[in-house]
Design a protein around this ligand. Structure first.
Ligand code: ADP
Ligand code: GLC
Length: 478
């Protein structure tokens, strides 16, 4: 099939979270499976262009309402071709996402650029695969503005929701910038009268298929508690909504071949894991003590991730049980302050590295004993999948993709790969950490836990087939 991928992130060039990993790995899988895939992403000024050979391919003008832009396309890639959209006026902001007044135009430009690219290349997509609000107007664009272009005559659209809480909601005054004025009646009317347009909602209304990134999250987003105001619309399309767990690119994320960690290891020989633990603690200025467990966190520091439970729970546990905690992340100032205070209170036990650092993320996965993800909600979560592969036992709140991938440890049967707490509260987190500490004290138990996790396979070779199935089904709808 011909598949067009359009997204706002792509590892290793532009990444704030798991979306970037998915956009790097899923098209690569589809390409290996014999499909023709094009990937279109913005060329932010933060992209390190020394990472690859960027070949200029062509230029175009783009008009969005009264705004005129010059766009250049650059091509990269030995696997599926990746096209970067160069438009410094929009993507030269020093960061991937902004709250600037033209944020909507930045991603409208990406979407129109993707269509123009298909037209210039004569690429007739069977599937346009959009991801999150930044590309969620594509289904509607194809069904209206480009409906008469023979290139898109057979095109079916798929919207993957990676996070329902980011919707791209803008004042309706931006309407003319969408170039969709002639079909303005297709924007959700009640919302329009209330003065808003919501890009993700338009995708939910007009995409031929909708997927999200785990089966549990697919159910959760159809409930009021997790529906972020869109649950009714998702319920109305329930037969179309499918949950497909994200895969892992084990070429990037496995301890046998990870180029970013000092000591490689495998399930058969974990010696390297202990050496990575030493290297991790040393690099962060914490003392290494054999048999003292290290807990890791690598995360965007936003309320989604549930770190509001850390301050009320961790100090007492750290004092009583003497374990160590390494945290890598950045985000909301309140959460950054909380982790800084924790570090100041426990200078030999806690290290908070504020920032985004890919090699340290890998070293934490490899060097920590356990990995904490107390997320309030988690559409899929990739870090717990990486943790399982690295023999780093996940401790998670039972929600979304965490509920689908982490199985409770049962000491009597020796089954399970981690620790889950039911309710997102202090007692829940405290219970899970204590249960993990108890298991850690018994080396035989801990070994089994590690082996159970490392034996699992969440590769794209498995998960990618489910996307092929969805594409196939959409194609048959023609
Ligand atoms: P989300 O997409 O909600 O942020 P995921 O667990 O799906 O959560 O993916 C997070 C990805 O981002 C992982 O690859 C993780 O290693 C990476 N990551 C998050 N924060 C940082 C950071 N501060 N430094 C390096 N990598 C990070
Ligand atoms: C989002 C979600 C995360 C998911 C990622 C990739 O950022 O928060 O749970 O793993 O997208 O799909």
């Amino acid at each position: 099939m011909n598949v067009l991928f359009v997204a706002s992130e792509l590892a290793p060039f532009a990444k704030t979270g798991g979306l970037a990993d998915v956009i790097a790995a899923l098209p690569a899988y589809l390409h290996r499976a014999g499909h023709q895939v094009l990937v279109v992403v913005p060329l932010y000024d933060t992209v390190d262009v020394s990472k690859a050979h960027f070949e200029a391919v062509f230029d175009t003008d783009l008009r969005l309402g009264d705004h005129q832009y010059q766009i250049k396309f650059f091509r990269v890639g030995s696997g599926p071709p990746i096209f970067f959209v160069h438009c410094p006026a929009l993507f030269g902001r020093g960061r991937i996402y902004t709250s600037d007044s033209d944020e909507h135009r930045r991603f409208l430009a990406l979407q129109f650029a993707a269509i123009i690219l298909c037209q210039r290349m004569g690429f007739a997509p069977d599937i346009v695969h959009a991801h999150d609000w930044q590309t969620a107007l594509l289904p509607m664009m194809i069904k209206t503005l480009f409906a008469r272009d023979p290139l898109f005559a057979k095109t079916r659209s798929l919207l993957t929701i990676h996070n329902l809480n980011y919707q791209g909601s803008f004042p309706s005054a931006i309407g003319p910038d969408t170039n969709l004025g002639s079909v303005a009646h297709l924007f959700h009317n009640e919302l329009l009268s209330a003065g808003r347009v919501n890009f993700l909602l338009q995708g939910v209304l007009y995409a031929d298929g909708i997927t999200t990134v785990s089966p549990t999250y697919a159910n959760e987003i159809q409930t009021e508690a997790h529906g972020a105001g869109l649950d009714g619309f998702l319920r109305a399309r329930r037969t179309t909504v499918v949950g497909i767990l994200n895969g892992v690119d084990y070429g990037e994320w496995s301890p046998e071949c990870d180029r970013l960690i000092p000591h490689r290891y495998s399930a058969a020989d974990l010696t390297g894991k202990e050496l990575n633990k030493q290297a991790l603690l040393e690099s962060l200025g914490l003392p290494y003590q054999p048999r003292v467990p290290v807990f890791g966190i690598v995360s965007r520091l936003v309320s989604q991730k549930g770190f509001n439970l850390i301050a009320p729970v961790m100090p007492e546990l750290l004092r009583r049980h003497g374990f160590q905690l390494v945290v890598l992340g950045s985000g909301e100032p309140g959460l950054e302050d909380m982790f800084s205070r924790l570090q100041r209170a426990f200078p030999r036990q806690v290290c908070f590295y504020r920032g985004f650092k890919n090699d340290l993320a890998h070293l934490i996965e490899a060097g920590a004993d356990a990995f904490l993800m107390p997320s309030v909600y988690e559409p899929c979560g990739l870090n717990q999948l990486y943790s399982l592969r690295y023999g780093t036992v996940p401790i998670v709140h039972r929600t979304g993709g965490l509920a689908d991938t982490v199985r409770p440890w049962n000491p009597s049967s020796g089954t399970g790969n981690g620790f889950l707490f039911e309710h997102h509260d202090e007692a829940g987190l405290r219970w899970a950490v204590l249960a993990a500490l108890a298991a850690y004290r018994d080396p035989a138990q801990w070994q089994t836990l590690i082996q159970n996790g490392m034996a699992q396979d969440f590769s794209w070779e498995v998960q990618g087939k489910l996307y092929e199935w969805v594409y196939q089904r959409l194609g048959e709808g023609n």
